[in-house]
Ligand binder design. Sequence first.
Ligand SMILES: Nc1ncnc2c1ncn2[C@@H]1O[C@H](COP(=O)(O)OP(=O)(O)OP(=O)(O)O)[C@@H](O)[C@H]1O
Ligand SMILES: Cc1cn([C@H]2C[C@H](O)[C@@H](COP(=O)(O)O)O2)c(=O)[nH]c1=O
Length: 225
Amino acid sequence: MLRPGLFITFEGIDGAGKSSHIEGLAAAFRAQGRAVTVSREPGGTPLAEKLREMVLNDPMDALTESLLIFAARRDHLRNVIEPALARGDVVLCDRFTDATFAYQGAGRGFDLDVLSTLERLAQTGLAPDADLMREPDLTVWFDLAPEVAAERLAGARVPDRFEAQPVEFFRRVAQGYADRAAAAPQRFARLDAAQDRHRVWQQLTSVFVRKGWLAIMVASQGGPQ
Ligand SMILES: Nc1ncnc2c1ncn2[C@@H]1O[C@H](COP(=O)(O)OP(=O)(O)OP(=O)(O)O)[C@@H](O)[C@H]1O
Ligand SMILES: Cc1cn([C@H]2C[C@H](O)[C@@H](COP(=O)(O)O)O2)c(=O)[nH]c1=O
């Protein structure tokens, strides 16, 4: 019998520690027999990856940035996320629309109503139910103070257009995530990302165990090295 797909997204300011855990979680799901699709935004398809390069590197205003991000998202939904969910996969996606509200909305100060309109346009007419606006089943929010994230990223890589922003930008983005979590508490799971990797992994897997999506045995194995 086909199991229903699960759409799980990972959010947080740059350097919060999301990417350090996504492959481990994928391995935990695979270990209990689930097919897993791991992806990211902006990106996840050849077209969306081209748009990602532009969004991360080319100067542009907030409307252009938002349009490119939603264009990438629609292509990603059509070609990767919806087919994977239809197959019954667990889809683990590094960032999704909460990032747009946090970065373009709260961070850049772009109009939230326009973002909601773009969200509806980009995320409907795709799923088995044409009226459904695709949203994550669960969003894991790695909550970390911007100063700590900046320390973790310092010197780690050449900063892109977002990573090069000052700490005040990331304070607004962090507040944007807090507002999104407060508006949808049933969808969000907040992790204290200031803890060490092992403790963050424990917090992460206990969210999935509580939901009945991972067995305790599988969750207790793996995690960051
Ligand atoms: N719990 C932790 N404690 C200390 N350092 C950490 C922790 N988790 C991750 N790091 C380190 O912080 C840096 C950022 O981690 P990671 O790339 O996983 O974050 P991210 O949220 O995916 O960032 P981005 O979205 O910018 O790619 C890396 O150098 C990683 O090794
Ligand atoms: C989905 C999305 C992403 N961003 C920004 C946030 C990050 O700085 C980069 C993505 O790179 P990372 O490897 O995940 O750090 O893009 C954004 O501004 N708006 C979005 O909707």
